[in-house]
Design a protein around this ligand. Structure first.
Ligand code: GLN
Length: 487
């Protein structure tokens, strides 16, 4: 019998619909797979076999249907699911069980998608390696001694290690795309406002966006369509129809499109092997019939500094809610200490070093006397970056770059060097500041490790990512991980 964990989401859904296999069997196969390999990969923080099998049974009973009914999925632990522990990779939320479902979860449930459990991540989604998780790092299935990217390394690793064909990630500065690049999977950050943020634990509200992780472009498109769309519960949700991403993935054709190579997002600072794969990818797109031009986005070089003022500023405000009173951890509440002392002890123990660094950075950038010089200045840079995108999209339909400057680096290598860690998102941050959609998909190997191609599109043209991505994928199929560590 075929190994059910090796099927794509599309193949799985079709097999279930045609009654070749039951959703319960598919779910059990993935639960078994998690039990067999997650001790080594550590993609999951919490597995929910009862919840998963319950959904599967409802699909088998014909109560739930749709294009992804019965397909298993890993949910990044930043998305709340009613009654299921949600930690956001932090000790401060240990033991918290949310009383409601995020809109994304509600849509997945209605679609009959089987949520297997919660995936590992850097604490509060701050990081590029999952090493800032309070529950230990995730390991890259291509090489267990290397990082799976972050913050959504658990979601990407789960998909790469065949623990789930699909996963949900969130991307504030690259946390879906960078993990996708270094694990050889497909990851998409939708247009800001395209997917509801209701029920996402907020990091940086003007940047956070949930999106799909998958092994194929079509699988990502189906998941994208399942979770996207207007939601009155999110004030920044866009009240227009979801771009036709599944249709675009089916179209898989670049002819007539102009593709812009962003001068500032390759070359110096990018590993030779990454640069080489990128140039080959551009060649492939040319062969497929696209017109390729070079575009310049001069302010992109300031994207990272602007991000590291804006994101921590918003985080310092958002994370104030973890006050020892409303959620999770409470330290030192002995009846003698003041509320302020308990708050301070709780936050000192509950937050890890990177989260504290961001809170301090953001509080400083917002403080009176510095606000204009830091936060205000960063917002102006954000506007200039948006203008760069607008100008570039007059010359090209989509833009391309390597997703990351390097392949997966060894665990531990950048832990003592925050700046080196931040550099992993050099090429992904601009799309977050602008709000447009972007995809990372596999573009071959360097030193035996995956390299990602990034495609960026104008806001609400998520369909273009899938059209170009699917064409590229058909010409250059994704490499398959050797998984040589498996017994
Ligand atoms: N790595 C970036 C950061 O640490 C982006 C994180 C994200 O997208 N959540 O902020």
């Amino acid at each position: 019998m075929t190994d059910l964990t090796r099927l794509t989401a599309v193949e799985t859904a079709v097999a279930i619909r045609d009654r070749e296999v039951s959703a319960t069997e598919v779910t059990q196969a993935h639960l078994d797979r998690i039990a067999a390999v997650d001790g080594q990969v550590h993609a999951f923080l919490h597995v929910d076999p009862e919840g998963a099998l319950d959904t599967a049974r409802r699909v088998d009973a014909g109560e739930l249907s749709g294009p992804l009914a019965g397909v298993p999925l890993g949910l990044k632990d930043v998305v709340v699911q009613k009654g299921v522990p949600t930690t956001v990779g932090s000790k401060i939320l240990e033991g918290w069980r949310p009383p409601y479902d995020a809109t994304v979860v509600k849509r997945l449930r209605e679609a009959g998608v089987v949520i297997l459990g919660k995936t590992n991540m850097d604490e509060f989604a701050m990081g590029s390696s999952t090493e800032h998780s309070a529950y230990g790092p995730t390991h890259n299935p291509w090489d267990l001694s290397r990082i799976p990217g972050g913050s959504g390394g658990g979601s990407a690793a789960a998909v790469a290690a065949y623990e789930a064909p699909l996963a949900i990630g969130t991307d504030t500065g690259g946390s879906i795309r960078q993990p996708a690049a270094v694990t050889g999977t497909v990851g998409v950050k939708p247009t800001y406002g395209g997917v509801s943020r209701y029920g996402l634990v907020a990091f940086s509200s003007s940047l956070d966006q949930a999106g799909p992780c998958a092994r194929t472009v079509m699988d990502a498109a189906l998941l994208h369509e399942a979770i996207a769309g207007y939601d009155p519960a999110d004030s920044t949700s866009i009240p227009s129809p979801v771009p036709p991403v599944v249709e675009a993935a089916r179209q898989a054709d670049v002819s007539g499109l102009t593709i812009g190579v962003v001068r500032e997002l390759s070359g110096e600072g990018y590993q030779a092997g990454v640069q080489q794969r990128f140039e080959e990818a551009v060649e492939t797109l040319t062969e497929l019939g696209a017109k390729v031009v070079e575009v310049s986005c001069p302010h992109f070089v300031y994207a990272m500094p602007a991000y590291y003022l804006i994101a921590p500023s918003e985080a310092s405000s958002n994370l104030a809610r973890f006050d020892s009173v409303r959620y999770g951890l409470r330290v030192g509440d002995d009846g003698e200490r003041s509320l302020e002392e308990v708050m301070s002890l709780t936050r000192a123990q509950g937050f890890g070093a990177e989260v504290k660094r961001r809170i301090i950075l953001g509080t400083y950038a917002l403080s009176s006397g510095y606000y204009d010089a830091y936060y205000g200045q960063a917002q102006k840079v954000r506007t200039l970056i948006t203008r760069d995108f607008t100008a570039a999209f007059q010359q090209a339909d989509v833009l391309v770059s390597p997703t990351t400057p390097t392949v997966a680096f060894p665990l531990g290598e950048r832990l003592d060097d925050p700046l080196a860690m931040y550099l992993a998102d050099l090429a992904t941050i601009p799309s977050n500041l602008y709000g447009g959609p972007a995809m990372s998909l596999p573009a071959g190997l360097s030193e035996g490790l995956p390299v990602g191609l990034q495609i960026m599109a104008p806001t609400m043209r998520d369909d273009l990512l899938y059209r170009v991505g699917a064409a590229f994928e058909a010409a250059r199929p994704a490499p398959v991980p050797p998984l040589s560590w498996e017994a």
